[in-house]
Design a protein around this ligand. Structure first.
Ligand code: GDP
Ligand code: IMO
Ligand code: MG
Length: 426
């Protein structure tokens, strides 16, 4: 596994954090390259749960360097809280274990306020965002007016950018019915964050590139999921960053031919948080069963996740656009006790009569498609202590083998519980 990337193959929350934590045993460096604290990656070790929003999921392995590369957007208050929480539990004792890139964009108070106010506004499309200011922050990045992490260490540079930003942002906030903000208060608060973050702030991308060039074991940790990609997902019901494997190149400066393995993570079923099309959604007691058995409540916002059957067209698309070399299937244990398990193998479009093997690019078409189902018998045995593919019930094996065949990607890892131990290689 010299250079690998872990990518969400669905709509996020596939269990990326858990898989990264396991792979990090061998990784010398774990790198986040996009997204911000909209992510919530859960790790369970010896019964102790850690939810990481900002810091890479390699941080619980003392020898693993963790990097936020330039493609990440950083909320300093959240990052500091996470750092302090980890240090109080004995992790991150060596401050050089974590690098926060100087060139990351900073999520400012006005980004959060605009995000929340837009979602509450009567005009426009409600996306069901996490309310963390991610969209407005990336708008400023592309608009070439971001406050960068390095600006937090230079109060005068910070002041100039905040004053210029507020000139526009206060007008927008007013239009959205929110009180205007005061530059002095923000500069004071964010300069203080800068002082506290300083021990972790370093140039990030060169470190990553040098590690890759030296043949070190580098693991890139994706956030969100393929179907939430701003360019290729279910637009406009997406996040504001690119979430696919290619994003690691622009989010770090590592070239595409440097990546050896692309590991897609999928649940054995499907979930989505927020608005937008979800063809295999179950709005009934079966969906409720999955939500309860899988504890499907958001790690970031606590919102109940929408649940449904596995969506092969979406996974097939994810396999192709990410260049997936293997698949990790998580939460197989959650389906224990179901009499019948369904997979959508394709969709049919009731308007054109077409059969679709991948999600159509237009969300309005995806909204109306009807899944074409294939049914599988379930299993009732407890599988949470199973440690090999051969020891799974025959029906569970058949389900996974069918999935592999439909997607044309080998399943490399199976997860049968939240803890580190409840995982096996194929
Ligand atoms: P991420 O955002 O992709 O890292 O995923 P989240 O952490 O948001 O959501 C995945 C949830 O499922 C977490 O609560 C994990 O602890 C849990 N989880 C991961 N793998 C398994 C599994 O195989 N079985 C069960 N029951 N839970 C799992
Ligand atoms: P992890 O990394 C699941 C969803 C939000 C919303 C849309 C846009 O834990 O898998 P945003 O706040 O990003 O502007 O919201 O994206 N979303 C996620 N859903 N897991 C995530 O991250 C998500 N990050 C954003 O619910 O629908
Ligand atoms: Mg999550």
């Amino acid at each position: 596994m010299p250079t690998s990337v872990v990518i969400g193959a669905q709509w996020g929350d596939e269990g990326k954090g858990k898989i990264v934590d396991i792979l990090a045993e061998r990784a010398e460096m774990v790198v986040r390259f996009q997204g911000g604290n909209n992510a919530g990656h859960t790790l369970v070790i010896d019964g102790e749960k850690t939810v990481l929003h900002h810091i890479p999921s390699g941080i619980l392995r003392a020898g693993t360097e963790c990097i936020l590369a330039s493609g990440v957007v950083v909320d300093p208050a959240v990052c500091l809280r996470e750092i302090e929480g980890l240090r109080s539990r004995g992790y991150l004792a060596d401050r050089t274990q974590l690098t926060i890139g100087t060139e990351c964009s900073v999520i400012m108070p006005y980004h959060r306020m605009i995000d929340v106010a837009r979602e509450a506004a009567v005009h426009g499309t409600r996306i069901g965002t996490t309310g963390r200011g991610i969209g407005p922050c990336y708008e400023d990045r592309v608009g070439r007016r971001s406050v960068l992490v390095r600006d937090l260490l230079e109060p005068e540079a910070l002041r100039a950018k905040v004053v210029a930003s507020l000139f526009e942002k206060n007008t927008i906030l007013k239009a959205l019915g929110v009180e205007p903000l005061d530059a002095d208060a923000i500069v004071e608060e964010y300069a203080a964050f800068g002082e506290r973050l300083a021990p972790y702030v370093r140039e990030s991308n060169r470190r990553v590139r040098d590690a890759v060039r030296a043949g070190r074991n580098v693991l890139f940790e994706g956030a969100q999921g393929t179907m939430l990609d701003v360019g290729l997902g279910t637009y406009p019901f997406v996040t504001s960053s690119h979430t696919i494997s290619a994003a690691l190149c622009v989010g770090t400066g590592v070239p595409p031919n440097a990546v050896d393995d692309v590991i897609g993570i999928t649940k054995a079923y499907c979930t989505r948080v927020g608005e937008g099309p979800f063809p295999t959604e179950l709005d009934d007691e079966t969906g409720e069963f999955l939500r309860n058995a899988g504890a499907e409540f958001g790690s970031t916002t606590g919102r109940p996740r929408r649940c449904g059957w596995l969506d092969v067209p979406a996974l097939r698309f994810a396999a192709r656009i990410n260049g997936m070399t293997s698949l990790a299937v998580t939460k197989l244990d959650v389906m224990t006790g179901m009499d019948t398990i369904r997979i959508a193998t394709a969709y049919s479009d009731p308007v054109t009569g077409d059969v679709l093997d991948e999600p159509p690019p237009d969300s309005r078409v995806l909204e109306r498609v009807v899944p074409i189902w294939r049914d599988f018998p379930g299993w009732s045995e407890d599988i949470t202590t199973v440690t090999s593919f051969a020891d799974l019930p025959a029906t569970a094996q058949a389900y996974l083998l069918a999935l592999e065949e439909l997607i044309e990607v080998p399943i490399g890892t199976v997860s049968v519980g939240p803890s580190r131990r409840a995982t096996f290689e194929r």
